[in-house]
Design a protein around this ligand. Structure first.
Ligand SMILES: Cc1ncc(COP(=O)(O)O)c(C=O)c1O
Length: 407
């Protein structure tokens, strides 16, 4: 019966992350792997959700005011004008918004440019829509964009580019210059940009999020996707949105209605409370995550990692294994679970040594390939207690006989 599976489904193999999660569970390891908070959501949001359930918001629902707030926020943050009646679609998280956007614009064989490393789900959505992912490697340690590599990746079949900034897994925030290069290339080749801006409110130091839709000629060719998940610590509520010119938004809305009909009704109601949050809420969010970032960076430095580049956004530290460590990323995480009782994510899950890329002249030199197994992603979207417990376990191991055996 297996042959009945679609070719995309057959390609979706179990990632090392699932085996390591199982090991982590059996070892009761402290979880610095998963990219979601283990602390409570703000109580005023929980109250709003409870009140919505008590008020019997139980049926399929479209809460137009979410679109109004999202449009207002876009104006406040980026000076962009969108029509909340036609240009905003409420979806079940950024994940559905992105998938629906791919179904809305990709035809069989269309090429979609992605940066490498990247968040894992984009490729699956592109393939399900019949598209072909084409990876452009970002250059460590700053994960900078090389304009020559970008230029080389465009062909007559290129339909869109995916841009995730602030970036998972690296914590990179694309610079204004890099965004300008991407925007100019999109205009020259007449292609679309589909953005993932879920970390839009989580930036550090002086960094602020810039949407590529603000660059000349870009708003008409950009579909923005984002959600409540990360900004309000409610990844399970499944409220997100896509914003784009009416023709794209309308297609995404039609697909969304056919696939899920509507996002969860009580959480749409509670989303209104979230979106009304004060500027102080977002300042505190940034400040809290900055403290967590600095704390975890200090712990990792103490055990032998070199934090050469601090993340400017999102809530991950993407750490290179020290040269003295002879383990691969997967072996390192396995040893980390067994020896320290802490779990993180091997970087290889975010890299794509894709055969399609080699035909585009991508850098698949031995250095590029070895870098794919030399990074570990630690999530710091965890409570102070979790981070302190992880710190204790890691430093105990360091102080124990023979020091940390992993390095
Ligand atoms: C870059 C990125 N985009 C999207 C998501 C998922 O967002 P949502 O919960 O809104 O589907 C995640 C979750 O880890 C993420 O890291």
């Amino acid at each position: 019966m297996e042959q009945k599976l679609s070719s995309v489904a057959k390609m979706l193999t179990c990632s090392p992350i699932q085996q390591l999660s199982y090991l982590a569970q059996t070892c009761n390891a402290i979880n610095l792997a998963e990219g979601f908070p283990d602390f409570p959501a703000p109580s005023y949001l929980k109250d709003a959700a409870i009140s919505a359930i008590r008020s019997d918001f139980n049926q399929y629902r479209h809460v137009q005011q979410i679109c109004d707030y999202v449009a207002y926020q876009l104006k406040q943050m980026h000076g962009l004008h969108v029509d909340p009646l036609t240009d905003v679609v409420i979806c079940c998280g950024q994940s559905e918004a992105f998938a629906a956007a791919m179904f809305a614009v990709i035809n069989q064989g269309d090429e979609v440019i992605l940066f490498d490393p990247s968040y894992e789900t984009y490729e699956t959505c592109i393939r399900l829509a019949g598209g072909v992912p084409v990876y452009v490697a970002l250059d460590p340690p700053h994960w900078s964009l090389d304009p020559k590599k970008l230029a080389k990746s465009f062909t007559g079949r290129t339909k869109a580019i995916v841009l995730n900034s602030p970036h998972n897994p690296t914590g990179k925030v694309f610079t204004r210059d890099e965004l300008e290069i991407i925007a100019e290339t999109c205009c020259t080749w007449d292609i679309l940009a589909v953005t993932d801006e879920v970390y839009e409110h989580i930036t550090f130091d002086e960094e602020r999020h810039i949407s590529i839709a603000t660059f000349p000629g870009m708003q008409k060719r950009t579909i923005i996707t984002s959600s409540l998940s990360k900004s309000f610590s409610v990844t399970g509520w499944r409220i997100g949105w896509a914003i784009g010119p009416a023709c794209f938004a309308s297609a995404i809305r039609n697909i969304h209605v056919k696939i899920t009909d509507s996002a969860p009704a009580p959480f749409q109601e509670a989303a209104l409370t979230a979106l009304r949050s004060s500027p102080e809420y977002f300042d505190a969010l940034r400040q809290d995550y900055k403290s967590k970032r600095d704390y975890l960076a200090q712990v990792l430095t103490k055990i032998g990692f070199q934090v050469s580049v601090m993340p400017k956004g999102s809530f991950f530290l993407f750490m290179e294994l020290p040269p003295t460590c002879t383990l691969s990323d997967v072996d390192f995480v396995e040893a980390l679970i067994k020896q320290a009782g802490v779990v993180a994510v091997p970087g290889c899950v975010f890299f794509h040594p894709d055969p399609d890329s080699s035909t585009k002249g991508e850098d698949l030199s031995p250095t590029a390939i070895s870098c794919h197994t030399r990074y570990i992603r630690f999530a710091f979207c965890k409570s102070e207690e979790t981070l302190a417990a992880a710190s204790q376990k890691l430093t105990e191991l360091m102080d124990g006989s023979g020091g940390l055996e992993l390095f």
